[in-house]
Design a protein around this ligand. Structure first.
Ligand code: SF4
Length: 326
């Protein structure tokens, strides 16, 4: 079997031609009261559901070419890459599960978070109506589905994190987090007697290996891990998920953690779990670690697992009002 080359996705021009955002759309960031981000967020969702980021595609192809020719690992990655091309060609969701929709919004002083939240929710409801998103938001106990991906209490779906910043631009990052990979996330409290894990680097390593072994055959590997050490239970999980926005092959700014990430990634890929747990060398595409401050009595290791269908994208509204999708 020949090696696989990086597939050519539809050109920028074709993507632009299918845009639901009018070409002359401009936001006036100097007039926050009349700012309407809904059309730009709708376009952001359209692109995110069907097009995998290039760094993920490159990593899938590199993983495919590292597997034994004709093996189940290589065949599984071939199918994933074929799926990437089909979704892009047809503008169709990359996976039947379009995930929990999570936003991170960064904005300058003066923009109403309440208004932006309503605009984002309207965009999510419209994207669901157009079948770009599956209705994935249900009542916890009854399972009742409103059908529009909006929880009626404006709290849990879509998830929206806001931050005011000093820049004159607005940035909206979105992640579609599948339910299967969310289920294999884990949080450890050290020391952990069952794992023999203490409050040190060896202990952290044991937690990460344990989480990957337990995720075997679930969560749709090859995956990407976001690992947050420290914080409280909530912040630890939040930050571990936010780490999954990092592009693959971007170096950890802390050289010690960069070395740790690389060494552990190599070790985890030698476990033989492979794509979808069918065996092989490609269990993980990436591993991101961050260390936070903590309460002296608490030591958490929080791990978020992202599947190979790692859908994320950024909408940046520039100071001149133009929208850029990256
Ligand atoms: S874990 Fe990811 S690839 Fe698997 S079904 Fe869910 S969204 Fe799809």
């Amino acid at each position: 079997m020949t090696s696989c080359s990086v597939p050519v996705l539809t050109s920028k021009e074709v993507v632009e031609a299918k845009s639901v955002l009018p070409a002359d759309w401009r936001a006036d960031l100097t007039q926050p009261a009349s700012l309407d981000l809904q059309p730009a967020v709708l376009e952001l969702l359209r692109r995110t559901t069907s097009r995998l980021p290039q760094d993920i595609i490159d990593a899938l192809v590199a993983g495919r070419n590292a597997e034994e020719a004709g093996s189940r690992g290589a065949n599984t990655l071939d199918t994933m890459i074929e799926n990437v091309v089909l979704a892009d060609d047809h503008g169709a969701p990359l996976c039947q599960d379009t995930g929990t929709v999570i936003f991170w919004v960064r904005h300058p002083l003066g923009i109403s978070q309440r208004r932006v939240k309503a605009q984002i929710r309207a965009a999510v409801a419209e994207a669901t109506k157009r079948s770009w998103l599956r209705p994935n938001c249900v009542a916890a106990m009854s399972g009742k589905n409103p059908g529009n991906n909006l929880d009626p209490f404006f709290e849990t779906h879509p998830v929206i994190h806001f931050e005011e910043w000093e820049h004159p631009t607005v940035e909206v990052q979105v992640m579609l987090k599948g339910g299967g990979c969310e289920n294999v996330g884990a949080q450890y409290r050290l020391p952990d007697a069952a794992l023999g894990a203490g409050r040190d680097l060896k202990g952290v390593r044991k937690c990460i290996i344990d989480a990957v072994v337990k995720a075997q055959g679930q969560g749709c590997s090859p995956g990407i891990l976001g690992v947050c050490i420290g914080g409280d239970r909530v912040v630890g999980y939040e930050r571990s998920k936010e780490l999954l926005l990092r592009k693959l092959n971007t170096e950890n700014p802390n050289p010690e953690w960069a070395t740790f990430e690389q060494a552990l990634l190599t070790d985890l890929n030698s476990l033989g779990i492979g794509p979808m747990g069918y065996g092989g060398k490609t269990t993980l595409l990436g591993l991101f670690v961050e260390e936070l401050w903590r309460h002296p009595a608490s030591f958490y290791v929080s791990i978020s697992y992202m599947c190979w269908s790692s859908r994320r994208m950024v909408l940046r509204v520039e100071a001149n009002g133009t929208a850029v999708f990256e």
